[in-house]
Design a binder for this molecule. Structure first.
Ligand code: MEV
Length: 324
């Protein structure tokens, strides 16, 4: 048994399939180079102690028997529930000090909550010498996210664990790597934080008024995802871009577009991107533009001019790993 371990996991960006993937359709997600890291250390008192400065949590301390009970601050929720669920399943019954540190802002929608959940579970497994497969980690981390959010497909959890670029179906029914060499994305942040749970709910309300229409939109999004997988295998990035544009139209129909996102998306397309769309829950967070190398600077400038903040990311990066 180790006394201390540091584990890191990547953030994620949804390429295609958001919202439909909550309802048994596939999506494609890529892991991004900014990572979140978690250091775990065994302590003698049977408590969880947490420092997560990036999300405003300092000096947080709770007895193991109280985990999940009472008021839980927003920034502590995912770590606390991950420790609780791990302890219930693997009976570690030991105190633990956890420190999280992120290379990216929790405002971007890169999935910091899922990445921290994954790091905590992987870290506990390493420190207590419990052999877990990636799928075991996925199941426990996804359960933790559902315990807190109630809804969600788990695609962000899968990206944090497996890394690379994945074809993913709701709840991890399928998690398949897509072998790609390059994925030249320009990313623009709107400056607005998207609330995923509220937006899933807003789409669900629309679906209750127009069930057949919304279901056929999900079906079309699913087809676009399948076509994108084929285009990736054929290495035809312009086709991927075209499919991203189709998908953006579907997301507009679902009502999760916004004027700010559209301004950035059209600016990117006009400046030479193969395709551009929102990424994630919508309204805010980020947009992505698949862009030929010789147009990257033009697209970045266009996004900035339209009021967005360009965020440099590496795509298709390694999943969760032990750092030391
Ligand atoms: C949010 O980033 C993407 C959604 O599809 C939710 C999910 O898949 O969990 C809206």
């Amino acid at each position: 048994m180790k006394k201390q371990v540091t584990v890191s996991a990547p953030g994620k960006l949804m390429l295609l399939g958001e919202h439909a993937v909550v309802y048994n359709r596939p999506c494609i997600v890529t892991a991004v180079g900014q990572r979140l890291s978690v250091t775990l250390e065994i302590i003698s008192e049977k408590r969880l102690e947490l420092e997560a400065e990036d999300v405003g949590v300092t000096g947080y301390s709770k007895s193991l028997t109280d985990l999940g009970l009472g008021d839980i601050s927003k920034g502590a929720k995912f770590v606390e529930m991950a420790v609780k669920n791990f302890n219930e399943k693997y009976k570690i019954n030991s105190g633990i000090r956890i420190k999280t540190k992120s290379e990216f802002s929790s405002q971007f929608g890169f999935g910091s909550s899922s990445a921290s959940t994954v790091c905590v579970i992987k870290g506990l497994a390493v420190i207590f010498d419990i052999k877990l497969s990636n799928k075991d980690i996925f199941n426990l981390a996804y359960q933790t996210v559902l315990d807190i959010q109630g809804k969600g497909s788990g695609f962000d959890v899968a990206a944090a664990i497996y890394g690379g670029t994945l074809y993913f179906v709701t709840g991890g029914k399928v998690i398949e790597p897509i072998e790609i060499k390059e994925l030249p994305l320009v990313v623009g942040y709107t400056g607005i934080k998207a609330d995923t749970v509220t937006l899933i709910q807003a789409v669900a309300e629309k679906a209750s008024r127009h069930p057949d229409l919304i279901d056929s939109i999900y079906m079309h999004i699913g087809k676009m995802v399948e076509a994108t997988k084929v285009a990736f295998m054929a290495k035809t990035l312009p086709v991927v871009g075209e499919l991203m544009n189709f998908d953006q139209g579907m997301l507009e129909a679902l009502g999760v577009g916004s004027a700010k996102l559209s301004a950035m998306i059209y600016a990117a397309r006009d400046a030479g991107a193969w395709g551009a769309k929102l990424s994630g829950a919508g309204i805010g967070d980020c947009m992505i533009a698949l862009t030929p190398t010789n147009k990257v600077v033009d697209v970045e400038e266009a996004i900035t001019r339209s009021g967005g903040q360009v965020i440099k990311v590496q795509t298709n990066v390694e999943g969760v790993r032990v750092e030391k």
